[in-house]
Design a binder for this molecule. Structure first.
Ligand SMILES: NC(=O)c1ccc[n+]([C@@H]2O[C@H](COP(=O)([O-])OP(=O)(O)OC[C@H]3O[C@@H](n4cnc5c(N)ncnc54)[C@H](O)[C@@H]3O)[C@@H](O)[C@H]2O)c1
Length: 255
C-alpha cells in the first residue's frame, strides 16, 4: 500500500475524477476526507469506501470558493485526524460560452470556484503542513486548457491556466518545507461534465477520439494512478510540474 498511514483531503471528492482519486487513495491505505457541495454524492462515496477498503472516511459539505467553508472543513479534518498529509484540489466547474458575450457573473463564478477555491485550500492546508514540519503533498487538477486553447472556454481556460501557475508559485515557496506541489492536466475523461457536454453537442466524441493517439477517452482510473504517484514518496523530488494525462492529445500535431 503506497499511502499507508496518510491522511488525504480531496475536494470535489463526491463524484467524477475526485471520487476516483479518493477511492484509489483509500485502496492504497490513506484515510480520506471528501469535500463537495452535495451531501448526497458524498454519502455514496463514503459508503463505497467503507464497503471496499479499510480506510476511515469523513465527508464534509462545503463550497470551495467560500473562505469560511474552507476553514471549517480543514478544521474539521484536523479535529478528526490530527493532520492532513495530502491535499487534492479537484472541485471545479466548466463552462462553454462565446467570449464575445460571456456574462461577467459567469466569468467570476468559474474563476471563484476553480482558481480562488484552489488558492484557499492550498493556503489553509499548506499552513498546517508548514506548522507541523513533516512536509506534504498538494495536487491541483488543471486541464488541457492550461496548455492550449479550446473555443468558448475563456473563463475555464483563465482559471485553469491560473491554477497551473499558482501550483508553481506554491511549489517554489514551500519546497524548503518539503511540501511538493504539482498538478495533473487530464485530457477528456468520461464524467458527468463531459457526458453533459456531449449531450448538448458541445463535445463531439468521434472528433475528440480521432485526435487522441490512445484511441479512446480517459476514465477516472487513468487519473487516479498518477495522483497516487504524486501523493507518494516516489515523487519526493518532483515539484512545480504538471503531469499531462491525455492519451497523447496535446502531443498530436497531425489531425
Ligand atoms: N472530466 C474531464 O474531462 C476533465 C478534464 C480536465 C480537467 N477536469 C477537471 O477535473 C475536476 C473534476 O472534474 P469532473 O469531470 O470529475 O467533474 P464533476 O462535475 O463530475 O465533479 C466535480 C466535483 O466538484 C464539486 N464541486 C463543484 N463546485 C464546487 C464548489 N463550489 N465547492 C465544492 N465542490 C464543488 C462537485 O460537487 C463534484 O463533486 C474539475 O476541476 C475539472 O475542471 C476534468
Amino acid at each position: 500500500m503506497r499511502l499507508a498511514n496518510k491522511i488525504a483531503l480531496i475536494t470535489g471528492g463526491g463524484r467524477g475524477i475526485g471520487a476516483g482519486i479518493a477511492r484509489r487513495m483509500a485502496q492504497e491505505g490513506a484515510d480520506v476526507i471528501l469535500v463537495s457541495r452535495t451531501m448526497a454524492e458524498l454519502v455514496k462515496q463514503e459508503e463505497w469506501i467503507r464497503n471496499n477498503t479499510s480506510a476511515d472516511v469523513l465527508v464534509l459539505e462545503g463550497d470551495v470558493s467560500s473562505p469560511a467553508d474552507v476553514n471549517r472543513t480543514v478544521d474539521a479534518a484536523i479535529a478528526k485526524f490530527g493532520r492532513i498529509d495530502i491535499l487534492v484540489n479537484c472541485a471545479g466547474v466548466s463552462l462553454a460560452h462565446p467570449s464575445v458575450d460571456l456574462p461577467f457573473e459567469d466569468w467570476k463564478r468559474v474563476l471563484n470556484i476553480n482558481l480562488d477555491g484552489t488558492f484557499l485550500y492550498c493556503q489553509a492546508v499548506g499552513k498546517t503542513m508548514i506548522e507541523r514540519g513533516q512536509g506534504g503533498k498538494i495536487i491541483n487538477i488543471t486541464s488541457l486548457v492550461s496548455h492550449a486553447a479550446i473555443p468558448q472556454r475563456a473563463a475555464y481556460a483563465a482559471s485553469k491556466g491560473g491554477v497551473k501557475q499558482l501550483t508553481q508559485n506554491f511549489a517554489l515557496e514551500w519546497a524548503p518545507y518539503n511540501i511538493q506541489v504539482n498538478s495533473i492536466s487530464p485530457g477528456f475523461i468520461v464524467t458527468e461534465i463531459v457526458r453533459d457536454f456531449i449531450a448538448k453537442g458541445i463535445h463531439k466524441p468521434e472528433k475528440m477520439i480521432a485526435r487522441i493517439p490512445a484511441g479512446r477517452m480517459g476514465e477516472v482510473e487513468d487519473i487516479a494512478g498518477p495522483a497516487v504517484f504524486l501523493a507518494s514518496s516516489d515523487s519526493d523530488y518532483v515539484t512545480g510540474t504538471t503531469l499531462i494525462v491525455d492519451g497523447g492529445f496535446l502531443t498530436n500535431g497531425y489531425v
